[in-house]
Structures are given as structure tokens and as C-alpha cells.
Write a protein that binds this ligand. Structure first.
Ligand code: SF4
Length: 292
């Protein structure tokens, strides 16, 4: 059975809710002996996890909860199911980078698994236990794929971060209605989370202005159109890539404001291992990347 994006979203939604799972069952039935690397194998594991979550007997997640970074993103990271968990997605649904991860059944499986965990108390306890065990002073990217799906999830993460004030958390979000709803409750935000406001939200500029005033907001992260050859050559992927200077000049020229150009490799972003998106010194500095 070919697992297209729409089938994948349908199956993921079934697992994230209670009730029948006809799409999941069909994927598994199409390849009953499928290995753990196959779609059938991944959905077998997720279906079993659903039972342990519903009975509260889960003792470990079907997929590792946090990803430990690579050279592009050398930090601990959390993802959940893109699109389904993106409360504020709009235009970005057309270019969503997370969809490329869905080519790999295990990468999609990790996103779905974390979305399932977040919807059950036993699952949230499992995530909390792992966050509390992270090494001291680590950088934590809260959501690579996915976003805060609800006020409850947003509050859950913010409270969890307060328990580990040494963890330097940052992220990007379009769940602005959820952030502003919490702000309206006079919520005390954690001091160790910085938020980047990314392009493609469904929300109006008036909400962006309110978001910019939150104490946790670092600033804007903009996607700027550039000529395709800058993207095709891979110049946007690293400041050391051939053509990066020309690419950066094109981003600066096409951006509507003065920007810091993202170099694509977070571990190589600033001297001494610092990274602009999670750096309080970059408050109110718009960061921009070419649309790719
Ligand atoms: S600006 Fe720096 S930290 Fe932000 S995404 Fe680009 S490389 Fe990563």
C-alpha cells in the first residue's frame, strides 16, 4: 500500500484520537510481515503504543522522544506531527519542510508517536521524565516539526521548562492564538525559552504585533524569495558553501527590512557555538532565509 501524505495524515489522526482506526489497520494488513523499517511495521508499533497509553501502562515510547542533533542542528530537539499539530498553519502548509521527513516511515513515526504522547497524561509524564534527565545546560529546540497544538500543550511545555532553568530552549511557532490566550491569563513565562515568529501563519499582522511584545519573543524569522539558482546550488546551506555571499546579498536585497541572514548550520551560526535564533542578544533582530 502506498502511504501518500493524505493517507499518512488520516492514519496519524486516527491514532491521536480514540475510536476506530481503519486507515491504520489497512496499512498494517497490506504488509503483515513488514519489518520495523516499513510503514506497516511503524504503524504496528504505534497501534500497540495507543493501547498502553489508553490503559496508562506505557513505560517507554515506541520511538525516541528527543532527537540528538546533527551538524545542521547540533541540539536536543522535539517534534510532533506536522500539519495536524500546527494550530496556526496557513500559507506555510504549501512549502512545509516537515513533509520531506515523511519519506522515511520512522521519521514520520516519531512525529506521530510524540503527538500521541502529548494527548495522554501517561505520555506527558514520560516526556517530562526524559526532559528532566537531559544533560545540564543543553540547548533544546522545542519543535522542529509540528507546533503547540493547544493552550494546554503550550502551558505544559512552559511549566516543564521552569523545572529545568539551565536548559536553553528556543523555537519557532505560528500558534499565536494559543500564546496570546495564555498571556491574557497573566501567565508567568519561563526565562529559558525564546520564540521566533516565523512566516506563513494564518494570523493577521495585528496578532504578530502583539506576539512581538511577549517577553519570550526574540524576533522574526522570515522566509524571503530569492532567485532559484541560489537554492539549486545549495549556497543557502552553509556560510562556507560556494556562492553563500551572493545568496546572502540576495536575501538582504529582497527582505523588506535589515536582516541577519541565516547560514543554515545552527552549530556554525555564531562564534563560540552561539546561535542567533536562541540568543537574547538577537532580540528584535529579524533573521531571514531564502525560501527553499
Ligand atoms: S539563524 Fe542561526 S540558529 Fe537560526 S536557523 Fe539559521 S543557523 Fe540556525
Amino acid at each position: 500500500m502506498t502511504v501518500t501524505h493524505s493517507i499518512l495524515l488520516k492514519a496519524a489522526a486516527e491514532l491521536m484520537q480514540s475510536g476506530a482506526t481503519p486507515t491504520v489497520d489497512a496499512i498494517i494488513a497490506s504488509n503483515p510481515q513488514g519489518s520495523t523499517q516499513s510503514w506497516a511495521g511503524v504503524f504496528r508499533k504505534l497501534l500497540a503504543q495507543r493501547t498502553t497509553l489508553q490503559t496508562g501502562t506505557i513505560d517507554r515510547a515506541a520511538f525516541s522522544i528527543f532527537a540528538k542533533g546533527n551538524s545542521k542542528l547540533p541540539f536536543y530537539a522535539f517534534s510532533s506531527m506536522a500539519i495536524l499539530d500546527c494550530a496556526g498553519y496557513g500559507e506555510c502548509g504549501k512549502w512545509c519542510y516537515s513533509k520531506s521527513a515523511w519519506r522515511n516511515p520512522n521519521a514520520a513515526g516519531r512525529q506521530i508517536s510524540n503527538s500521541m504522547l502529548l494527548r495522554h497524561e501517561a505520555g506527558r509524564n514520560l516526556i517530562a521524565g526524559q526532559l528532566l534527565k537531559l544533560p545540564k545546560d543543553v540547548v533544546f529546540r522545542l519543535y522542529v516539526d509540528g507546533d503547540f497544538d493547544s493552550i494546554e500543550t503550550l502551558r505544559y511545555w512552559m511549566e516543564l521548562l521552569k523545572q529545568r532553568p539551565d536548559v536553553q530552549a528556543y523555537g519557532y511557532s505560528k500558534s499565536w492564538a494559543e500564546f496570546l490566550a495564555l498571556e491574557l491569563q497573566d501567565y508567568a513565562w519561563p526565562s529559558n525559552y525564546l520564540l521566533n515568529l516565523s512566516s506563513g501563519s494564518r494570523h493577521p499582522d495585528s496578532m504578530r504585533d502583539l506576539m512581538a511584545k511577549l517577553p519570550i519573543t526574540r524576533g522574526e524569522f522570515l522566509a524571503v524569495p530569492v532567485e532559484r539558482h541560489h537554492i539549486k546550488s545549495g549556497a543557502y546551506k552553509s556560510r562556507r558553501a560556494d556562492g553563500f555571499k551572493d545568496y546572502a546579498a540576495a536575501v538582504r536585497k529582497n527582505a523588506s527590512t535589515k536582516v541577519f541572514v541565516c547560514s543554515g548550520q545552527c552549530g556554525d551560526c555564531l562564534p563560540a557555538g552561539r546561535h542567533a535564533c536562541g540568543d537574547a542578544k538577537f532580540r528584535n533582530v529579524p533573521i531571514a532565509i531564502g525560501v527553499h
